[in-house]
Design a protein around this ligand. Structure first.
Ligand SMILES: Cc1ncc(COP(=O)(O)O)c(C=O)c1O
Length: 454
């Protein structure tokens, strides 16, 4: 049926086919457009049951109202929306404080679209600083490299490729999925712009051995005179560690940590997309990366990869920080961690699984099936529970731990005990079924850029 033939009979009106290859012709009613667009996505996953993702899917009604009311604000227009900009600047200071930045310095940072943009900005700052120092010393500045672990999220591989930085990725091994200081000596040299260590890694939820890496870099400086900065990718851990483990030194308390990123849309508890990059002090964010533009009114600094963006998430983040404070985030994270442990215990007790993340800090359950289970695998379990609507990640670990498959469940704060118990029951029933009937899922074709969702 063509749009022209539409009548006011809703059944007829909503029956228009969505053109697949050509731009839509005639206009249709708002009611029809809404119904057609919404129905086209009915079979998408239920975001609340999508536990393969770290990204927030629940926010209170009050903050949803705020987001709707600010959805038309273009954040980058600081001249027109100076108070929104001021709020971002206050939150930069709050995060510098939360992550124990030194006193008496000028903090610097930015709200970004997510951790990916934040990581790229931090990586660029370290590349610029390294290049400037090399040039000032009359040394070759054409071969920058970055050292990190095989457990890094895809953003760092993108950063290194897109910005011409050699990737020096230290492989994992079965049973050890964290970056430690063990192989740094084979990879770090005078061309290393920074080492990236993760707080709350994507694959198992563990932290890299941040203290050991930090101390190794101190020793390296003593031996060689070369000082290499440490960046902490706290996409998930940045909003968990300060509340659950206040005495754990993963942040600016370690003098070599020069920058930290975190995802406001993960455990910062805001809908996508918002991330943060915070520098130990302003001078680390190389002035050469800042542009001053005047096309929107007065002169505004801009130093993000994106220009125009929605202000709603930034304002929502301000609501969340004020609403929960340290007290509220601590309560939420404690409860979430208790639910994670509850789920993990039930799944381990079932006898099917081995735990992969003994040292985990963020609320993630990462499991692998016992070696003696031969007639089904982690991919089968993930497919089987999908029948009930659950989305759980199954993936092969990165090199050199590809022989290990993982089933990963991100326990986000919206999951209550009833839901966690139901999930445990459904996973165990799926395993019982597969034990009887066998599974036939093959791990998806491994290609170089395979990565779990974030
Ligand atoms: C450790 C880590 N770094 C970076 C990212 C990218 O974050 P974003 O999705 O906020 O861009 C993720 C996403 O899962 C992550 O887990």
């Amino acid at each position: 049926m063509s749009a022209k033939d539409l009548h006011h009979d809703p059944y007829e009106e909503f029956n228009m086919e969505i053109p697949q290859d050509t731009f839509p012709g005639e206009s249709i009613t708002a009611r029809a457009a809404k119904a057609i667009v919404e129905s086209a996505m009915w079979t998408d996953a239920n975001p609340m049951l999508n536990l393969s993702s770290f990204v927030t899917t629940y926010m209170e009604e009050e903050v949803r109202d705020i987001m709707r009311d600010h959805a038309h604000i273009n954040y980058v227009d600081h001249d027109m929306y100076p108070k929104t900009y001021a709020m971002e600047q206050i939150m930069v200071k709050w995060l510098h404080d939360l992550w124990n930045g030194p006193q008496g310095v000028e903090p610097y940072g930015a709200a970004t679209v997510g951790s990916s943009e934040a990581c790229m900005l931090a990586g660029l700052a370290h590349k610029w600083n390294w290049r400037e120092a090399r040039e000032a010393a009359g040394k070759d500045a054409s071969k920058p490299n970055m050292v990190t672990g095989g457990n890094v999220q895809i953003v760092w591989k993108k950063f290194m490729r897109y910005f011409d930085v050699e990737d020096r990725i230290i492989p994992l091994k079965p049973g050890n999925y964290r970056l430690t200081a063990e192989h740094l000596d084979e990879h770090v040299d005078e061309n290393t712009i920074c080492v990236v260590a993760i707080a709350g890694q994507t694959f198992t939820g563990e932290d890299d051995d941040i203290q050991e890496i930090h101390d190794w870099l101190d020793e390296y400086e003593k031996k060689t005179g070369i000082s290499i900065p440490l960046h902490i990718d706290g996409a998930s851990g940045g909003f968990v560690n300060p509340f659950l483990y206040p005495d754990y030194e993963w942040d600016f308390r370690l003098p070599r940590v020069q920058s930290i990123n975190a995802s406001g849309h993960k455990f910062g508890l805001v809908y996508p997309g918002i991330g943060w990059v915070i520098f130990r002090e302003k001078s680390i964010f190389n002035e050469g990366l800042i542009f001053y533009v005047n096309y929107l009114g007065g002169e505004s600094p801009t130093a993000t990869l994106n220009f125009s963006r929605n202000a709603a998430q930034i304002i929502a983040q301000a609501y969340k920080f004020l609403r929960h404070g340290k007290e509220g985030y601590t309560k939420i994270m404690k409860q979430t961690m208790e639910n994670t442990e509850r789920l993990r215990e039930k799944l381990i007790e079932s006898g099917y699984f081995t735990i992969m993340n003994e040292t985990q800090r963020i609320p993630v359950v990462a499991l692998t099936l016992h070696d003696d289970i031969k007639n089904f695998n982690e991919f089968d379990v993930s497919f089987k529970v999908r029948e009930k609507g659950w989305v759980l990640s199954a993936y092969s670990m990165p090199p050199n731990a590809e022989s290990v498959n993982s089933l990963r469940i991100v326990v986000r704060p919206h999951l209550n005990r009833t839901v966690v118990d139901q999930l445990a029951k459904d996973v165990i029933e799926a395993c019982d079924y597969l034990k009887e009937n066998g599974g036939n899922a093959k791990p998806p074709e491994l290609h170089k850029h395979t990565a779990p969702k974030c």
